[in-house]
Ligand binder design. Sequence first.
Ligand code: HSE
Length: 355
Amino acid sequence: MEIGILGYGTVGRSVYRLLQKVEGAHVKYVLEQPDRLTEAFMTSDADLIFEDPSVELIVDALPGIHPSYEYIKRGLQSGKHVVSSNKAAICYGFSELSELAMKKGVSLLYEASCGGGIPIIEEILRVGALDQLDRVSGILNGTSNYMLWQMESSGMSYDEALHQAQELGYAEADPTADVSGFDVRNKIIILSSLAFDTYVEKDIPVMGIERIGKELMEELQKQGKSIKLMGIAVREAKRYALAVTPVVLDRRSLEANVSENFNMISINGEFIGELKFYGQGAGGDPTADAVVRDIEKVLFLDSTRYQRSFKNSLSYDPDLLCGRCYIGDQAFEDMRLSEGMERAKSEDKFFAFEL
Ligand code: HSE
């Protein structure tokens, strides 16, 4: 199968390397900037890739919504399978792109968009086909986890920790989405839409890690607690809610002990109970592994199995996320998360939810 890879950054480069091991896959083109065309297979002409009928599969390894979204759409419209690692673009055009893929009878796969190398989408689809999933939550951003881990374990400053995460290839080209919670927002929207089999609300409460300082971490440490940035989605019967928030955890919990760029994602099903998935959530090689596993589904399996119909009609109800909220140095019991977060933002204070 002839493949065109869009982008030759951290992920695109690793995908190219790993694909050399896959029999039946051949990279015909890599889309790159005009001033970076160092190999014969590289081109800066996107038309060349999309208009070549021998290219059956497009790998989108670009950052940000645009032009990824337009490229994914163009690929699907021209009857090509698309495998994307781009959570921002997938989340942005989720319903439209999923429906287009179904209409065209091609695959749109995006395992690498959530949780790096962790096969979380595959498992949500597999478990969710049988069991009703009523919760998806977890640490879904490697950069912010790396930063919180360094700040907590070695007393590193916020800026130093961010710089290191960038050097290690975990952060986005523009790391704002990593630290502001928007990267987690994209991921929890994708995962909960698949888990609940509906296109979930996109305007959800989001708070990042920008207001978390060393003093707060030291104070939490004294109390035997830890802080992590998490995405949380819950469902009760026909209602659901989701949010992205710093979470205060007991230091003995599994999540509190997730270090470096690792992610940990939990799903909860009516029959199966709780399942937890742990692995590298960021970085070129783990993410490429997820991309290539998706390509193998197109090559060797019935990749249409890896789709949802998004048939459930559920309503968004922020009341489902209620509990202990921290606003600045005060704690409030039984507060609605969305209300607490709004208040913290308006008062320019730190916010966290306790799990
Ligand atoms: N910047 C993202 C992260 C990459 O740190 O998790 C993986 O999606």
